[in-house]
Write a protein that binds this ligand. Structure first.
Ligand code: NAD
Length: 467
């Protein structure tokens, strides 16, 4: 018996050791790399770091970025769990996927492409040089992902970064910053290239935006923070809210459309700003689309009384979403509304009219309203209205090139996904690099290192042309 107990103890010890290896970081926590109590001190430290960093070669920058990717790679599970447990939003396993995506597909220094003009008068270079110190404000919905992605892009461009993270994701954000900073130092980079404060809040974000040593503001979040950034009087990149509609026309492959929509809508419980938030479907394929969605773990809410209870629960009196339910599992939400729901259900669907708040508001919950349109013209019109002029993301399932082209042109969104789940638009199962800062309002689109640079011209008169 004692032998058996010893064997069990040994197995438990081994399992715990393995878990620690995969779940925990090799870097000690709470080491306060780059974390200051005072925002002004944090900014001064970052300014000093950037002064040193500007003399590093591009090759060295790339080495630093590789070290950042490497250290975060070791800590993916740990950071995903931290963000999930702290914010109580989203799904742990999807956060792992999102963090992996930013590590692998955020571009590095290779993104900085110069332009050149040569001719009788010599040579002119258009170079992408650093802004200096960037103040970055990050959301609660993708806290670690945005910090990793912004850090790689901003440092690849030669900048230092001061983060003002969402208070609700304070610990996950600070830990990410500490790990990144330690990775930078490990690779021989300067101290405090990425900094933050131990107790972030809106007041400190304001201090940051007004500080004379902040050269550029990058705000990722809702309309409030984008407006604040654009009013700062500094160069600002604003990555704001979306309310992505999906249009399904009668030519679409309905089975695939249903599967893609449910996958995109349920990803991290609908937190991503690009996730499917409402569907407009042409009437003659609507029943079949709903049937196929049900085959893909969607639960149809048909009873008016159930819908009323759900509305009361997840909407505030002004029709805005109740924050307590943002990013929650659909089974949790429905049970709270007194509606029976299996844990395997991914999304609740319901038919509504185009004026319903579920259709018009960015809920960020796995609750997907569906509106019928008599034809594709009406569907496109209603989808544009639902998007609300955010010009963020739209999705369409169709085999008709003319319809696809028309919707893409008319809705004018930064991201337009054809015949796939929304996340293909940020390089997850779709081609191209990734970003978690999609700058529609200020026009940079999917940000990458070159978005965080200043274009500078360097002219040599009368030389170096051998045409
Ligand atoms: P939020 O707007 O509540 O917070 C974002 C950040 O802004 C936080 O750090 C917050 O502290 C700060 N903030 C808010 N108001 C501020 C002000 N007046 N001055 C200074 N700082 C301020 O956003 P959230 O709930 O964390 O994130 C969800 C929202 O962000 C959604 O609307 C979503 O669509 C949007 N989002 C957009 C993108 C994008 O790339 N376009 C990416 C992620 C999230």
């Amino acid at each position: 018996m004692a032998v058996l107990e010893n064997q069990i103890d040994e197995i438990v010890r081994k399992v715990v050791k393995e878990l620690k290896k995969t779940e925990n970081t090799e870097i000690s926590k709470g080491n306060k790399f780059g974390v200051f109590e005072d925002m002004n001190k944090a900014i001064e430290a970052a300014a000093l770091a950037q002064k040193k960093f500007k003399d590093y070669s591009l090759e060295y920058r790339e080495k630093i970025i590789n070290s950042m990717r490497e250290e975060i790679r070791k800590n993916i599970k740990y950071l995903s769990r931290l963000a999930f447990e702290e914010t109580q939003m989203g799904r742990y396993e999807d956060k792992i996927k999102k963090n992996k995506l930013v590590i692998e597909k955020t571009p590095g220094v290779e993104d900085l492409k110069s332009e050149v003009f040569t001719g009788d008068n010599g040579l002119t270079l258009l170079e992408l040089s650093p802004y200096g110190v960037i103040g970055a404000i990050t959301p609660s919905t993708n806290p670690t992902e945005t910090i990793i992605c912004n850090s790689i892009g901003m440092i690849a461009a030669g900048n230092a970064v001061v983060f003002s993270p969402h208070p609700r994701a304070k610990n996950a954000s600070i830990t990410t910053i500490e790990i990144l900073n330690e990775a930078i130092e490990k690779a021989g980079g300067p101290k405090n290239l990425i900094v933050t404060v131990s107790d972030p809040n809106i007041e400190k974000a304001q201090v940051m935006m007004e500080h004379e040593k902040i050269d550029m503001i990058v705000a990722t979040g809702g309309p409030g923070v984008v407006k604040a950034a654009l009013s700062s009087g500094k160069k600002a990149i604003g990555a704001g809210a979306g309310n992505p509609p999906v249009v399904v026309d009668e030519t679409a492959e309905i089975e695939k459309a249903a599967k893609d929509i449910i996958e995109g809508c349920s990803f991290d419980n609908n937190l991503p700003c690009i996730a499917e938030k409402e569907v407009v479907v042409v009437d003659n394929v609507a029943d079949y689309l709903i049937f196929c969605m049900k085959q893909n773990n969607a639960l149809l809410i048909e009873d008016r009384k159930d819908l009323n209870r759900l509305e009361k629960l997840i909407l505030e009196p002004d029709g805005k979403p109740n924050k307590d339910y943002i990013g929650k599992n659909v089974s949790y939400i429905l049970k709270k509304a007194g509606i029976e729901c299996e844990d395997s259900v991914k999304v609740a669907i319901m038919e509504v009219d185009k004026n319903h708040p579920f259709f018009k508001e960015e809920l960020m919950m796995p609750i997907l309203p569906i509106v019928r349109a008599k034809d594709v013209d009406e569907a496109i019109k209603m989808a544009i209205e639902a998007e609300g002029g955010n010009r963020h993301t739209a999705i369409m399932h169709s085999k008709n090139i003319d319809n696809l082209t028309r919707f893409a042109k008319e809705i004018k969104t930064t991201v337009f996904v054809k015949n796939g789940p929304s996340f293909a638009g940020i390089g997850f199962g779709g081609e191209g690099f990734t970003t978690f800062t999609i700058a529609g309002p200020t026009g940079e689109g999917l940000t990458s290192p070159r978005s965080f640079t200043r274009k500078r011209r360097c002219v040599l008169v009368g030389g170096f042309t051998i045409k």
